[in-house]
Write a protein that binds this ligand. Structure first.
Ligand code: GDP
Length: 305
């Protein structure tokens, strides 16, 4: 299955609301007027595109209407699709690559967001690109997290660096990076806690991991991926803001697009946080991962049938 079809399938619930709704609003020959723009605004909000991005998109449509570059209602959907793709493409969508391996990827996100599964998928993806990968189990707060990650390492046939529950997460992260260096691995992917006693503890710990990792590789982490669950809609955006403030997120992995009609949140999170989406998860299986492609995403989102 091609990327566009995978995204179309993954976005089916969002498309039902968004593309289906757009088709109803923009029937052939409909006059372009303020009523029509208000209906589009409602639809964007209902699809969880969020107030900021919705307002920005509407401003762009209005400006193009006023300057004559958009004149008919049927020009609106292609215009919006282009604008959505352009907004999502800003900043580039590729995964970082260190000049000297290993590339260190820190993965953060709240429990239940799909973090462990996404690391499993990402590992398979990196391997399929010919890279060697070492995993670091730095979510030492939950024994289950280490167990789950171990299973994903076995499925992928990659090495995992871990310590017993309760060990210092930063020490595990350091060891994982050191092991990757020693093995000349291309990537080291480090899982981090998704919950601690307090939110402040969590953010402090993530900061500590960042500091300690730099002792092994000074320009690390090269990528700090935040995993967010699309089914959380606007709540996911608030989480993303907190993580970004604490650790400086460089890329977003949006999971569970397949399970939600709130896929518009992906556009909102990119806009509000100002960090590119790099991967999407479209199912529970190891291959249900897509490298984020703004054009294909926008095309799928606007595709009603
Ligand atoms: P963690 O607590 O953040 O590490 O989350 P897990 O990786 O354990 O995932 C939580 C649940 O979400 C599991 O049931 C996963 O199978 C599921 N999950 C993860 N990613 C996706 C996705 O892209 N689509 C769907 N439908 N489920 C997902």
């Amino acid at each position: 299955m091609g990327l566009f079809d995978a995204l179309k399938r993954g976005l089916s619930k969002t498309r039902d609301v968004f593309a289906g709704g757009l088709k109803k609003i923009l029937f052939l020959g409909r006059r372009l007027d303020e009523d029509l723009l208000r209906e589009i605004e409602d639809l964007l909000l209902r699809s969880d595109v969020g107030p900021k991005t919705t307002a920005a998109l509407l401003d762009e449509v209005r400006a193009s209407w006023k300057d004559g570059s958009v004149q008919k209602s049927e020009e609106i959907a292609p215009f919006l699709e282009r604008r959505v793709a352009e907004r999502l493409a800003a900043g580039g969508n590729e995964i970082a690559r260190a000049q000297t391996p290993p590339t260190v990827i820190l993965v953060c996100g709240v429990n239940g967001s799909g973090k462990t599964t996404s690391i499993g998928k990402l590992t398979k993806f990196l391997k399929s690109q010919g890279h060697t990968v070492v995993l670091g189990a730095a979510d030492t707060f939950r024994a289950a997290a280490v167990e789950q990650l171990t299973i994903w390492s076995q499925r992928n046939g990659v090495e995992i660096v871990k310590q017993p529950q309760g060990s210092d997460p930063a020490a595990v992260a350091f060891d994982a990076v050191a092991a990757a260096k020693a093995r000349k691995a291309d990537y080291v992917v480090i899982d981090t806690a998704g919950r601690l006693h307090t939110q402040q503890n969590l953010m402090q710990e993530l900061e500590k991991i960042r500091r300690v990792v730099k002792k092994a590789v000074p320009d690390a982490p090269h990528e700090t991926l935040l995993v967010i669950d699309a089914t959380n809609g606007q709540n996911a955006i608030r989480q993303a803001e907190q993580f970004h403030k604490a650790v400086g997120v460089t890329g977003i992995f949006v999971t569970k697009l397949d399970g939600t009609a709130k896929g518009g949140a992906l556009i909102a999170v990119r806009d509000v946080i100002g960090v590119p989406v790099k991967f999407v998860g479209t199912g529970e299986q190891i291959d249900d991962i897509a490298v984020f492609d703004p054009k294909a995403f926008a095309a799928a989102l606007f595709s009603a049938d």
